[in-house]
Design a protein around this ligand. Sequence first.
Ligand code: PEP
Ligand code: MN
Length: 677
Amino acid sequence: MNDKSDSNPGDIEHIRDDIDRIDADILKLLAERKAHSLRIAKEKGIHDRPSRDQSREEGLISDRIAAGMEHDLDSGLVNRVWREIVNDSVRIQQEYLGRAERPRQTMTVAIQGIEGSYSQLASQQFFDHKGMSVNYLRAPTFAAAIAAVQRQDADVAVLPIENTTSGAISEVYDLLLESRLDFVGDVRFRIRHCLLGIEGASISELRRIYCHPQAVAQCSEFLAQLDHCEIVYFSDTALSGQKIRELGDPTIAAIASEEAARLFGLDVLKTGIANRDENFTRFVVVAAEPAEVPEGVAAKTSIVMAVGNHPGALMEALAVFHDADINLVMLESRPIPNNPREELFYLDFDGKISEPAVQAVLETLMRQVRFLRVLGSYPSSDLRPRPIERKMTKVKPQGRSALTDLSPTPASPKGYKLGSRGHKEQNTVVEVAGVKIGGDDLVVIAGPCAVESWDQVMTAAKAVKESGGSILRGGCFKPRTSPYSFQGLAYEGLEMLVEAGKAYGLPVVTEVVSPEDVEGVARKADILQIGTRNMQNFSLLSAAGRAHRPVMLKRGMSSSLDELLQAAEYILSEGNQQVFLCERGIRTFETSTRNTLDLSAVPVLRQRTHLPIIVDPSHAAGDRDLVAPLALAAQAIGAHGIMVEIHPDPDNALSDGPQSLRLDQFQDLMLALGFGG
Ligand code: PEP
Ligand code: MN
């Protein structure tokens, strides 16, 4: 586009003049609107009408959002602006009428679905009960409703999570875990499905029924009797009602609520069509900030965890609740996509995180599970208030942390807690595909610095397997000191690495360098590596803490051991407990080696942390002839593993050739370490 030729600097001034004029018009219109609000207040005063009409306010804002969309205006913007305008108008009227009652708190609630949807009906039930009024932000999908809360266009989202007949709504579970929003409430809403038709419709004449897949599952017995009808799936129950209204065909029906029938002027052909009379859907209310549960109010807490994969691991985790006499109210399991070894368990239990007993349970669980995150504590909607026999302490609600009190206790003054020996006496064993890092046996991780080609990585994998190594390494995203150096083959390289690992039965580790790539890399790699240059990339650490893969954290080249442990804490505090550390040499005044291998890190870390510690002599030495003696020293000093770089043709390697062992050297090293022979 080249419109420079026909524009000149004076044009901007003209455009600004136009904008000034538009703003002046907006102000004039706002003043005019205010005058009208006052006229209404006078009318209300004369006829003694109430100062507020909540449903008109709600309807008005919804209409403005819809009208704004036609002008391509963002729904969040229109919602915020008109909420302010309407609140101001209410205030003006109440002042005039001298009835300045405290305005009801207004919430903006994001829901998936249109007016008359079960999400809206459930939200009404929830907020009416609390005496709050509500504006709805109607999102086309669950993900869009969640995004509205993340962008702060809505205060909360209300999302269906499980149904008594059709079970868990897995899409919502998965989205919520990813979102990091906090659970601040829940509501059990009775679903009363009805068969709706237009005026003149009769069941025997029906040919087609529009309905949501969940409604089909919940009304399957009734629908089986209507085998003369075609079932057409629809994304939204209320929308299906709207659709048949538009079609105006008496042979077409929809399944939705009675409220939807009223809203769209439809006839209810039959009520109570669900398989079970008791058909409830549980909706969760989620927000960007955790809820503060007032003292004395019965509360429920939701968590998500992954337990170890030894027999009885789930039972051991549940026993922690049993031993603390804490009542579990819900347990739901969900697989993790592309990670068949892990299963996530969602649990709801009676109590809130500020209770010492609950804190104690969470701390105990943290020591034995692979992943744990608190989704939130909130007033319980379906539990009878119980006597609060436990001593309550008032604790400020904490953000998204896995535990409530992550600030270091006097016993751990160094800025880390979950990684400390004080928190967990026993060594953590990180387990991946049967390989135990942190157990009694030395684990050897080996492979090329960077994945360069199919042949290269396959040849290296074969050498690792045949020499007795346990894990294949290979960089795909390379954090090179110079931007002109080879940066890695990215996801294409990852495919090669994973295939080579599969071919030789070796789990793989690869480095991830940006938070956005954590999910994509975790889908394929068995272990995520965070490299030296990223040890204090806190958003990357947090993202890895939310992943369901073990993380190998390398020490920063100018970082102290306490800083390394504080960095590990970022991962642990997000939920992921499968972390191991790697000493890879630090910068000193000594120039004979690339870095100086700090072997004392091993015994020091073993004192301070329960996390496994491995040693990377390759990056420390920078010279392949020094790798073997340093590796043997690491074994002698008690490292849980070593990681070395190997290459079938190191002289032609695209990165770190000088420090990469030839395959014959690697084999000799393995013999010296006590493998094979
Ligand atoms: C690596 O392991 O390939 C690597 C880049 O190491 P470091 O982060 O220790 O430099
Ligand atoms: Mn390297």
